[in-house]
Write a protein that binds this ligand. Structure first.
Ligand SMILES: *Cc1c(COP(=O)(O)O)cnc(C)c1O
Length: 405
């Protein structure tokens, strides 16, 4: 008898951004003459930069010539890209990571959703709250989270680590020891980042308790402050407890190109001494046929001198928006966080209104779309996320409208 995977039926509602799209579509239909500005979903708006385009074109031409045509890519990634990543993102920063500890993929969403497959079904997960919804949802699909409590907005077997204004958006060590700890820094949605000292505490905790930290560094390129680590491997002892996930989406604008990577050091083992590196390699070999050659060439261009300069300019473009939003909101009397090491501004909703209520108000009164904090976890209630990924023009227009409500 055919039965659907019951774990999926345990997922709360629909994916956050599908719910938002539906609400925005309904608003547009009811208000056809109103322009809606989206500072909602975390998607880039600037075109790919010249060094990337050049690499893409060259790779396309190679694919069209008999001598340089390529079929299946190596499932763990081409050597030229794994070396460029290890050299630039790690060894140049003093982190001891070998080329063959880099696993190239089609993006950080897949990796952050799939990585839980190499752990036991009974492992207990801990997540920063609020955070990128993929971590919890992918564990729900795997049957690891227990039942959802609608009223509390949480799963019974998940350890939620509140990150709120009260603790400076940095999670405290939990009472109960988790097996898998998800940390996203700089964080989506709060836009805040963990200090080197705080992250070191987590690394020490994970090593002591034999937990693994899954560190999502998707916004690493946006870090502007000195004492914020760019990689968890900057911390002493991270090689025995941490997996790191990266994306080319937010730094180089690859949201539509698709490329990312995951790092698993060879020393990282479970309590019985099983190396996770081999498991993830096996998983790639079975379920993934490699990121496309053309994309990997574009990824390598990110690490050329021209590529680096262009990516820096892209990041600055978005961070100018962040500054505009931060300043305007402060001027309008809002309490705001983030926007310094990440392209997200996290604001406290005025008068403590619920975050979905503030979503409706912003959409109806200003024609601006943001993201309700509650969509990222129970501690996101009473907060609201705006992104700096718009164009300068749209961002300025949006804040002018927000100031008027
Ligand atoms: C955007 C985002 C990703 C997704 O990256 P892709 O490489 O585009 O799949 C992963 N993690 C976080 C926290 C993100 O915000």
């Amino acid at each position: 008898m055919l039965k659907a995977n019951a774990n999926y039926l345990n997922l709360p509602g629909s994916y956050l951004f599908s719910t938002i799209s539906k609400k925005v579509a309904a608003y547009k239909e009811a208000n056809p003459d109103r322009t809606v500005i989206s500072l909602g979903i975390g998607d880039v708006t600037q075109p790919l930069s010249p060094a990337i385009l050049k690499a893409l074109h060259a790779a396309v031409d190679e694919m069209g010539a008999r001598e340089t045509f390529r079929g299946y890519a190596p499932d763990l990634g081409y050597g030229f890209l794994r070396t460029a990543i290890a050299e630039n993102d790690y060894r140049a920063r003093g982190c001891d990571i070998a080329d063959d500890e880099i696993f190239v993929s089609d993006g950080a969403k897949s990796d952050s959703g799939n990585i839980q497959e190499i752990f036991d079904e009974k492992c207990v997960i801990a997540v920063c709250d609020p955070v990128y919804p993929v971590y919890v949802d992918s564990n729900v699909m795997a049957g690891r989270t227990g039942l959802y409590n609608e009223n509390a907005g949480r799963f019974e077997n998940v350890i939620y680590m509140p990150c709120t204004a009260e603790n400076g958006f940095s999670p405290s060590l939990p009472d109960k020891t988790p097996d898998i700890i998800y940390i996203c820094s700089p964080n989506n949605p709060t836009g805040t980042a963990m200090s080197r000292k705080d992250l070191q505490e987590w690394v020490d905790y994970a090593n002591k308790n034999h937990s693994v930290i899954i560190y999502d560094a998707a916004y690493e390129a946006y870090i502007s402050e000195e004492d914020i680590p760019h990689s968890i491997y900057e911390c002493e002892g991270a090689r025995t407890c941490a997996i790191e996930i990266h994306s080319f989406s937010k730094n180089a604008g690859f949201t539509g190109v698709r490329l990312g990577y995951t790092v698993i050091p060879k020393e990282l083992k479970d309590a019985d001494g099983v190396a996770l590196h081999g498991l993830w390699a096996r998983r790639h070999g079975t379920k993934f046929n490699g990121a496309p050659y053309i994309q990997q060439r574009a990824g390598a261009a990110v690490y050329t001198p021209e590529g680096k300069a262009e990516i820096k300019a892209l990041v600055s473009y978005y961070m100018e928006n962040a500054k505009v939003i931060l300043e305007a909101l402060k001027e309008a009397g809002y309490t705001v966080y983030g926007g310094v090491n990440a392209p997200y501004i996290w604001l406290k909703t005025p008068d403590g209104v619920k975050s979905w209520e503030f979503f409706e108000r912003l959409l109806n009164e200003a024609g601006v779309v943001g993201t309700p904090g509650a969509g990222f976890g129970p501690s996101g209630e009473g907060y609201f996320r705006l992104t700096a990924f718009g164009t300068h023009e749209n961002t300025k227009e949006a804040v002018e409208r927000i100031k008027k409500i």
